[in-house]
Design a protein around this ligand. Structure first.
Ligand code: MF3
Ligand code: CO
Ligand code: CO
Length: 273
């Protein structure tokens, strides 16, 4: 197994898949309101991807490391749910924070992105966790260019998150992506500078830190559905995800659309040269 390098034509395919993925999140945003069920959100996304985008929702029937195929088209992880929450008849309520994770396959290429949504007014602590987790993702993205090490990315994310008193989940990581949903390499959100693979132009991978307000430990959720992961200490957890391309001089975020939240002010503008 090796890391796949995308050529110019592959990159065009990845750009389309990435844009469609982000457009799904844009489409969904006005529906994320108190009272909506996560099943309703799942159906909206499923129908939009299949009928409007004429694409495929990658999570549906996806086989992870367990033996239960994923039963829905999106992941919806609420409050202390860390990841892989399965849509259900549960209604979102004021004060919830929810991660919605979308993966679209178009012409064989995958785009993978997730955002946090604040349902009505949420606590200051929840807002801060969501916002700083977004910044943590960007502290990783902004480093991406040929020659740096994956460990540089993990270190930057971990240092930032822990510097704010949060913790980084270890058991799940970013991943190479392309013709397959999950490819090499693993992109850890913790680590040491100068360690692990060096980046090369043409790699595509996700950066998707899961950050807990409390301790980093996780466990299977009480649903026992084979997927839902929660924090052991019941503290809130947040996650953001982009798919990125390593370019000659830096990076290109592939999961971009009109509604993509802009990079934080600390991220230097990308200059083409
Ligand atoms: N989208 C998730 C990721 O970022 C993976 C979800 S697997 C699923 O890697 F089967 F739950 F969809
Ligand atoms: Co991913
Ligand atoms: Co994802």
């Amino acid at each position: 197994m090796t890391i796949t390098i995308k050529d110019a034509q592959d990159i065009q395919g990845m750009r389309v898949a990435g844009r469609l993925t982000s457009e799904v999140l844009d489409y969904l945003t006005p529906f994320v309101q108190p009272g909506v069920t996560t099943n309703e959100l799942d159906k909206l996304v499923h129908d939009y991807i299949v009928n409007v985008q004429q694409a495929i929702p990658a999570p549906l029937n996806y086989m992870g490391s367990g033996n239960v195929p994923y039963p829905k088209s999106i992941c919806t992880s609420i409050n202390h749910q860390v990841c892989h929450g399965i849509p259900s008849d549960r209604q979102l309520k004021k004060g919830d924070i929810v991660n919605i994770d979308v993966t679209v396959i178009k012409d064989g290429w995958h785009g993978d992105s997730s955002r946090m949504f604040l349902v009505g007014p949420v606590s200051i602590a929840a807002r801060r966790l969501c916002s700083l987790t977004f910044d943590a993702m960007w502290h990783g993205i902004k480093l991406v260019r040929p020659g740096i090490h994956l460990g540089d990315i993990g270190f930057a994310i971990q240092k930032f998150a822990e510097g704010h008193g949060f913790s980084v989940v270890r058991e799940f990581c970013g991943h190479g992506i392309g013709r397959m949903f999950h490819e090499e390499p693993q992109v850890l959100h913790y680590g040491q500078p100068g360690t692990q693979d060096r980046l090369v132009e043409g790699m595509t991978f996700t950066i998707e830190p899961m950050v807990n307000a409390g301790k980093r430990d996780i466990k299977d959720g009480p649903e026992k559905d084979g997927w839902t992961i929660v924090t052991k200490d019941h503290s809130l957890s947040a996650q953001w995800e982009h798919t990125v391309l390593v370019t000659r001089t830096g990076y290109e975020v592939l999961t971009l659309s009109a509604g993509t939240p802009p990079a934080p002010a600390f991220v230097p503008p990308q200059t083409l040269a």
